[in-house]
Design a protein around this ligand. Structure first.
Ligand code: ATP
Ligand code: MG
Ligand code: MG
Length: 548
């Protein structure tokens, strides 16, 4: 990627390294452990880890765990697993909660400098004095408390002498600032809650703005990269660092990833999980990294996607079909071609008297190493797709119909002689004859047919459940719709085909395997599989069907 132009963050980093401003590049990925990571986080992961892979230095994993109520160790573990699976390694595993003592010290330092005060106004009183973006706010009646009194109350807050909400600690900045966030922001609040790591040691917790920049500074993060919502927080980020006289980390903002037909906030994804609208965080329809993994996406395809969307300074909306393009490209080169019949109907070859024979199939003509071959058993009773037969053929129909000929992939040409219907008029069986000289690879029949269909030998077939997925939402932008985003869920996002037949080679499938079911798409084994019943997920169809 030598000739690829730099993104704006790479330009900043190169300038800072070339000018000697920093010797070592240090970035961090700072998830809050309040849910599973999603494809938007993958973008931030690829950006932060990608920079230090390219320019040297290192990336920390820092759990931004300053809100005890929403955070769980389950999420910490899943987030680590997902980052590793994407192919990245962090230098240090850190927790903002490890800095609670230091952050408390920073708060005391601000009080001692006359730059923070304790406020006991009710929340609505504080809001009323805050002003509006066009009108300045007004000072709190507690703004000019003495340093001693502030220190005394703040110590009592820490010691648990007050209930939740009785006091807050605020930075003393400027109630007339045009930036609302600079109007004496809250930096500590009382919250009697057990923390997933510090237990009951603390009953006061720092606010995001007081924890994030200072954590960056403690770790000597050189470039603290976050999404555009934090542009207005940068002034406050710099203010704390300046007043505390600590390492000058710098914040840079890029456009978050927005993807069509899904939602990406952990809060919303949690609602889908809690309300059983999906089957857990790793439901293959979820935009979570664990959901994409279960669906059959590869780390490489997700990294490629993040590379292609690039780093922008303006909000944008990326098509889900680009993510699908990336996985198709990858699997086209790596997935073995196999045969599976999803909606089966029986085909009987009336003149085939050999019993069974072993045919040879190419595994993957697109593979760099040629892909190799495998044995595929053939017999006089096959399963084919119901949709490959038409009793009354349409125009330009090249598949099976009464009197029509078709090639069976890797096998012979067959001619439809007859079919059987049940009492409801449904076709239940198709009777064919085969042309013995038409065997694939040694065809001397001289017959040309236009259609090729896939099949599975009935006595050799294994049964499987197949799960097909569609977009999770019917709206391209469920977040932007009127009312609840959940009203726009796609009721047909999951289709289960309980009685598919797969070729016997697939009995050995494992969770890492990726397969192209010929003509049907790319599939992978699902973790719900048992020895008796294999379950396959469709990762993606072979062609882009969304655009049509
Ligand atoms: P969410 O509301 O989806 O949970 P968040 O920003 O609150 O998002 P964090 O766990 O705080 O989630 O995010 C960790 C990092 O991932 C942050 O640096 C954040 O900027 C980044 N990030 C989160 N969502 C996206 C996204 N959609 N695109 C790019 N980066 C993102
Ligand atoms: Mg966050
Ligand atoms: Mg969030």
């Amino acid at each position: 990627s030598e000739e690829k132009s730099l993104n704006f963050i790479e330009e900043i980093v190169e300038n800072d390294l070339n000018s000697g401003k920093y010797e070592t590049l240090v970035t961090r990925f700072p998830p809050e452990p309040n849910g599973y990571l999603h494809i938007g986080h993958a973008k931030a992961i690829c950006l932060n880890f990608g920079l230090t892979q390219k320019y040297g230095g290192y990336t920390n994993l820092r759990f931004d765990d300053t809100n005890p109520v929403t955070e769980k160790t389950e999420y910490v573990n899943s987030q680590q697993e997902d980052i590793r699976w994407l192919g990245f390694n962090w230098k240090n595993e850190l927790y903002a909660s490890d800095y609670f003592d230091e952050l408390y010290g920073f708060a005391v330092k601000l009080i001692e400098k006359g730059l923070a005060y304790v406020d006991e106004s009710a929340a609505d009183e504080i809001a009323a004095l805050k002003g509006t973006p066009t009108e300045p706010g007004q000072d709190s009646p507690y703004r000019n408390r003495s340093i001693e009194e502030n220190l005394d109350i703040f110590t009592k807050m820490k010691n648990g002498e007050f209930p939740d909400g009785a006091y807050i600690l605020r930075a003393k900045i400027d109630m007339a600032s045009p930036n609302m966030l600079m109007r004496d922001p809250i930096i500590y609040r009382i919250k009697h809650a057990e923390h997933h790591r510090t237990g009951n040691k603390w009953c006061i917790y720092p606010m995001y703005d007081f924890a994030h920049g200072q954590s960056d500074s403690i770790e000597h993060i050189t470039h603290s990269i976050c999404t555009l919502e934090y542009v207005s927080h940068r002034e406050l980020y710099d203010w704390f660092i300046e007043k505390l006289e600590i390492f000058p980390s710098k914040q840079y903002e890029f456009a978050r990833l927005n993807l069509t037909s899904t939602v990406m906030s952990k809060r919303k994804l949690l609602q889908l999980v809690n309300e059983n609208l999906v089957n857990g965080w790793d439901d293959p329809r979820m935009p979570t990294i664990s959901g994409l993994r279960r669906r059959g996406f590869t780390p490489k395809s997700i990294r490629e996607f993040c590379e292609r969307i690039g780093i922008a300074k303006r909000e944008n909306l990326i098509e889900l079909s680009l993510l699908e393009f990336c996985i198709r490209e990858d699997l086209n080169k790596t997935a073995n071609r196999v045969m599976a019949v999803l909606d089966p109907i029986k085909l009987v070859i009336t003149n085939y008297e050999k019993g069974t024979e072993d045919l040879i199939g190419e595994n993957n003509p697109e593979a760099e190493d040629g892909g190799g071959t495998r044995v595929i058993p053939f017999s006089n009773e096959l399963w084919i797709e119901r949709e490959d037969f038409m009793e009354v053929p349409a125009k330009k129909w090249f598949r099976l119909a009464p009197g029509a000929m078709v090639r069976l992939k890797f096998a012979y040409i067959v001619k439809c002689e007859d079919f059987v219907k049940d009492e409801n008029g449904n076709v239940t069986e198709i009777h064919c004859t085969y042309i013995p000289e038409s065997k694939s690879g040694s065809d001397t029949s001289g017959i040309n047919v236009k259609g090729t269909i896939h099949w599975v030998s009935a006595p050799h077939a294994k049964t499987a459940e197949i799960r097909l997925y569609d977009r999770l939402f019917v709206s391209e932008t469920p977040d932007a719709e009127e009312g609840d985003f959940k009203d726009y869920l796609n009721p047909e996002s999951l289709t289960v085909l309980p009685n598919a037949y797969i070729e016997p080679a697939l009995a050995d499938a494992d969770l890492d395997g990726r397969y192209q079911f010929i003509r049907k798409g790319y599939f992978c084994l699902d973790k719900d599989s048992t020895a008796d019943k294999l379950v396959f997920n469709r990762t993606v169809t072979l062609k882009d069907t969304f655009k049509k």
